[in-house]
Write a protein that binds this ligand. Structure first.
Ligand code: SF4
Ligand code: SF4
Length: 120
């Protein structure tokens, strides 16, 4: 905060150059959550869904569905996931044109042993 004020006083620039040049976010910034398909097995686990208070993550019938439109980036799902499949990035550019583009849905390992796949 003070660094930002000091920079403004020193340079005379009080706004950022976004979107032509994005500001670096603090390392602790909580942004987009991503799911590692190779580590997630929603057919056998639903720990993230149980931890998610706003129900941004729902696990049903071997499919995990993450709705970034409902996510409050609390991080509880990351702590709950037993395989480390969830990562919180510092990506803050979540704007989309269609509501459904905020939703990630993956299907777990099927009975033939095929790997999880994104379904939308
Ligand atoms: S960060 Fe919080 S709100 Fe977002 S999906 Fe995880 S538990 Fe749910
Ligand atoms: S993301 Fe983690 S907690 Fe959620 S279903 Fe996959 S393995 Fe389980």
């Amino acid at each position: 905060m003070f660094a930002w004020i000091w920079r403004g006083l020193r340079t005379g620039i009080v706004t950022t150059r976004y979107p032509s040049a994005a500001e670096a976010m603090p390392s602790a910034y909580r942004g987009r959550i991503v799911i590692d398909l190779n580590r997630c097995d929603p057919a056998a686990c639903r720990a993230c869904a149980d931890a998610c208070l706003p129900r941004a993550i729902v696990v049903q019938r071997g499919t995990v569905r993450l709705d970034l439109g409902q996510c409050i980036t609390c991080g509880l799902c990351l702590d709950a996931c037993p395989t480390g499949a969830l990562t919180m990035t510092n990506d803050f550019e979540l704007a989309v044109r269609r509501r459904e583009d905020l939703i990630t849905q993956i299907r777990g390992v099927d009975h033939d042993g095929n790997a999880p796949t994104p379904t939308g």
